[in-house]
Design a protein around this ligand. Structure first.
Ligand code: ADP
Ligand code: MG
Length: 240
């Protein structure tokens, strides 16, 4: 699959008088695992939803693989998103939850079978295909949500605090699994988190956001060693 870049150029977004994103400039390289770190309310979800196409910016450009997708509807962007509350369909089996997007796209049944099986295999859930979501642990449900998104083979994967509902031990394990999956797929990934340790231990590069302003972009080591201001120093330097 082709690896693509994602670029935000001078992006601004307001809700009424509330300026939520202020002149955002970020370029995410093809195949990169990029973390977006910031405290609650800093605009992380708003930016991710904007990239997915669920929010519209008031100014600026959003480029996918160099092309402006500002006016491309969400279903035509080839971007997959896993939300914080990854509601699975309770009445459907794991298999049907994962196959759903392919059925919706009216793929031939042989392809649906192949792709669904391979997505379940990738997240290590092949043997749970017949179960219902409520017969799975939190971590397994999270893997179903991930499989459901990667099965449609998006060019970009957006993850909005996907691990925040899990307990600490599981979170650390899932973090490793997520990264290894991302490396195998080579898919450009934006991982939103308010957990500095999570960002520091996974990201190729990261951006720190505060009050809708990008404070700094760089590798975890660069941000840790050379924070540009007190906010970054405090936020990145404080490990949980
Ligand atoms: P984060 O994900 O970093 O916690 P959000 O992007 O959810 O932050 O929110 C950033 C700001 O935008 C907050 O002040 C929030 O109240 C506001 N906001 C988010 N979504 C909406 C919305 N649909 N309508 C109005 N304000 C919103
Ligand atoms: Mg959020």
């Amino acid at each position: 699959m082709k690896k693509v870049s994602v670029e935000c150029k001078n992006i601004c977004l307001s809700y009424g008088n509330n300026e939520v994103l202020k002149d955002i400039n970020i370029r995410i390289e093809p195949g990169e695992f990029f973390a977006l770190l910031g405290p609650s309310g800093s605009g992380k979800s708003t930016l991710l939803r904007l990239i997915a196409g669920f929010n519209q910016h008031n100014a600026g450009q959003l480029l996918l693989d160099g092309s402006d997708i500002t006016h491309t509807p969400p279903h035509k962007r080839n971007i997959g998103m896993v939300f914080q509350s990854y509601a699975l369909w309770p009445h459907l089996s794991v298999w049907d939850n994962v196959a759903f997007g392919l059925v919706e796209r009216k793929l031939p049944s042989t392809q649906i079978k192949e792709k669904t099986a391979s997505a379940l295999e990738l997240v290590g859930l092949s043997q749970f295909a017949k179960r219902r979501p409520n017969e799975l642990s939190g971590g397994q449900q999270q893997r179903v949500a991930l499989a459901r998104t990667i099965v449609i083979e998006p060019q970009v994967l957006l993850l909005d605090e996907p691990l925040s509902n899990l307990d600490k031990k599981l979170r650390i394990q899932m973090r490793r699994e997520l990264l290894s999956l991302q490396r195998r797929l080579g898919i450009t990934t934006i991982f939103v988190t308010h957990d500095q340790e999570e960002a520091m231990t996974t990201a190729d590069r990261m951006a720190v956001l505060d009050h809708g302003i990008v404070q700094q972009i760089g590798t975890p080591t660069a941000l840790f060693d050379y924070p540009v201001n007190r906010f970054v120093a405090n936020f990145v330097g404080t490990m949980n």
